[in-house]
Design a protein around this ligand. Structure first.
Ligand SMILES: NC(=O)c1ccc[n+]([C@@H]2O[C@H](COP(=O)([O-])OP(=O)(O)OC[C@H]3O[C@@H](n4cnc5c(N)ncnc54)[C@H](OP(=O)(O)O)[C@@H]3O)[C@@H](O)[C@H]2O)c1
Length: 291
């Protein structure tokens, strides 16, 4: 069956794109995959996407490309909308030229964070910032053009690659005896390597299971808990001080609570998901090996 699959991955140099490439090459080496990023395929260019789709008879598009700078998005409204909303619609239209299926990644920031129980896929969305608004619009435009798509909403993504909270905390520890980290935003980290495994399962499943899904690692924590665990696992003695969000002003408002309910994805794929601390340990191991 895999020989009939020809995949286009966008945003392949990002955190998730790189983990996807590693997973596909290790676990599914015979899979036919074209990896692109903005230098080879700008997803704001609909004609360019359509050319790649038709020239390579693409059957599946995995969209890992996105504008992910949450704070800068408040300033760069046009660019964040172009990449996270309009380009997702471009992908859908280009995919339809070859009846290709789309798997797209979205975010917990489509929610406003006022809930006290994990968000499920049917819960009301109400993004609080420009990034969340652009990602939500991307979802609705995609579903409008391509109701058969798969959308995976994820949260607090990190990996050994690119910019993320884990790497920032490790970098700060090298120069600071203590760090202040917000303790009143609650969510769940997601190891991009675990998300890559899940994406591969959707792509290679016997039946295409269209719909919206939530995915993160198991467990719940604050950014403060996350920082403490990073230092504990890495064997670093930097002190972490809990602070409220009001003492760490950012350009963009964040949801106070964005834990995702993963029941649907676990039932659909028949998977168990690693706890966030277990996956964090794997990431820190890899970072040590890379340094
Ligand atoms: N990071 C998080 O905490 C988080 C949380 C929830 C959901 N998500 C979602 O998860 C997905 C993957 O995130 P990530 O952290 O892997 O993102 P990332 O590391 O920022 O990677 C995104 C990639 O897309 C590329 N890109 C930007 N504009 C593009 C364009 N016009 N055409 C083609 N490629 C373009 C970026 O290139 P440049 O680097 O050159 O711009 C980058 O290589 C995204 O949909 C994101 O919204 C992320």
């Amino acid at each position: 069956m895999n020989s009939n699959i020809r995949i286009l991955v966008t945003g392949c140099n990002g955190q998730l794109g790189r983990e996807l490439k590693i997973h596909f090459s290790e676990a599914l080496p015979n899979l036919n995959v074209i990896y692109t990023d903005v230098d080879t395929l700008d997803i704001t260019d609909r004609d360019a996407i359509e050319r790649v789709v038709l020239d390579n008879d693409i059957t599946h598009i995995i969209n890992c490309a996105a504008y992910t700078n949450v704070d800068l998005a408040e300033e760069e409204k046009a660019l964040s909308s172009a990449v996270n909303s309009i380009a997702v619609s471009n992908i859908a239209l280009a995919a339809s030229s070859n009846d290709a299926k789309i798997l797209h990644i979205s975010t917990d920031y489509v929610f406003d964070g006022t809930a006290h129980l994990p968000y499920n896929e049917a819960d009301k969305v109400n993004p609080k910032n420009q990034y969340g608004v652009t990602k939500r619009l991307g979802e609705t435009m995609l579903i409008g053009h391509s109701p058969d798509c798969i959308i995976i909403r994820t949260s607090w993504l990190y990996s050994p690659f690119g910019k993320n909270f884990v790497k920032t905390m490790l970098r700060l520890a090298a120069t600071k005896p203590e760090v202040n980290v917000v303790s009143d935003q609650i969510g769940t980290p997601t190891y991009a390597a675990d998300l890559a495994v899940v994406i591969a399962k959707f792509i290679t499943a016997r039946q295409w299971a269209s719909g919206i899904y939530h995915f993160s690692n198991e467990g719940v924590c604050s950014w403060y808990d996350f920082a403490k665990a990073i230092y504990r696992i890495a064997g670093i003695h930097t002190k972490v001080n809990p602070i409220p969000t009001r003492d760490y002003p950012t350009a963009s408002a964040r949801p106070a609570y964005s834990v995702l309910d993963k029941s649907k994805i676990k039932a659909t794929l028949g998977i168990t998901i690693p706890h966030w601390e277990e996956s964090l340990a794997d990431c820190i191991d890899r970072l040590k090996q890379m340094s």
